[in-house]
Design a protein around this ligand. Structure first.
Ligand code: SAH
Length: 229
């Protein structure tokens, strides 16, 4: 019988040591207690396929079908921390995948809107999140390069797939004073995790945090948008 509490505890310790190891790059010695609490609250084993539950709390990405992966816990925690979420924040996530990052975000803000381009993943994540009792989440099939204009502007935007460039729509949908984290780079090439901060005048400052490896954020022509047809 697997003791999940011990496994969660171990996952948190590994995240803490990774943070310490990368402190000079990420500009912090530790992550906020709220983020660590969210990481301890959300059961990662519920978000991975049955045959991988045994390794669900390891600090690595895992396949979730359709050629996609659930991200490494350290990266999930770091990206969440970089957003500086407040309980009243409205957040856009691009790349729902398993819904794991979505669940973490939902612990720390008022509402999460999450876009996923692969319909079966989106549907499975929506069902999983509902069954697990997360209520402040709305999931939709859509192309993250276009964002989700209906609920904009967002206090924070998180992109969990590597974009070839920072999508203009996402910059526009970020609230002045808001933050966006996004991996930028080509598939299987060097990618960098970037933090965008929009000041109250609307000017954007970009900081490069560290090298990462994400599945690609795929762009699709407007006429093939999943919402159409
Ligand atoms: N946050 C997810 C990570 C999933 S991997 C998790 O915790 O499980 C990244 C996801 O981004 C994949 O599911 C992929 O299908 C999705 N994706 C890729 N391109 C996209 C796009 N243009 N718009 C929305 N989602 C996209």
């Amino acid at each position: 019988m697997v003791n999940l509490n011990t496994k969660t505890q171990h996952m948190l310790e590994v995240i803490e040591s990774e943070v310490e190891y990368t402190r000079s790059m990420i500009g912090r010695d530790s992550l906020s207690p709220q983020v660590m609490k969210a990481m301890s609250n959300v059961p990662r084993d519920k978000f991975v396929p049955d045959d991988l539950k045994i390794v669900a709390f390891d600090n690595g990405p895992l396949p979730i079908g359709h050629g996609q992966t659930i991200s490494q816990p350290y990266i999930v925690a770091l990206m969440t921390d970089l957003l500086d979420l407040k309980p009243e924040h409205i957040v856009l996530e691009v790349g729902t995948g398993s819904g794991y990052q979505t669940a973490i975000l939902s612990q720390l803000c008022q509402q999460v809107y999450s876009l996923e381009v692969i319909a079966p993943l989106s549907e499975a994540a929506a069902l999983r999140l509902k069954e697990l009792g997360y209520h402040n989440i709305e999931v939709r099939v859509g192309n993250g390069y276009q964002g989700w204009p209906e609920h904009a502007p967002y206090d924070a935007i998180i992109v969990t797939a590597a974009a070839a460039y920072i999508p203009e729509a996402l910059k526009e949908q970020l609230k002045p004073g808001g933050k966006m984290v996004i991996p930028v780079g080509l598939p299987h090439m060097y990618q960098e995790l970037m933090l965008l901060e929009k000041d109250l005048q609307g000017d954007i400052k970009i900081t490069t945090i560290l090298g990462v490896a994400f599945v690609p954020l795929v762009d699709i022509p407007d006429n093939e948008h999943p919402d159409q047809g």
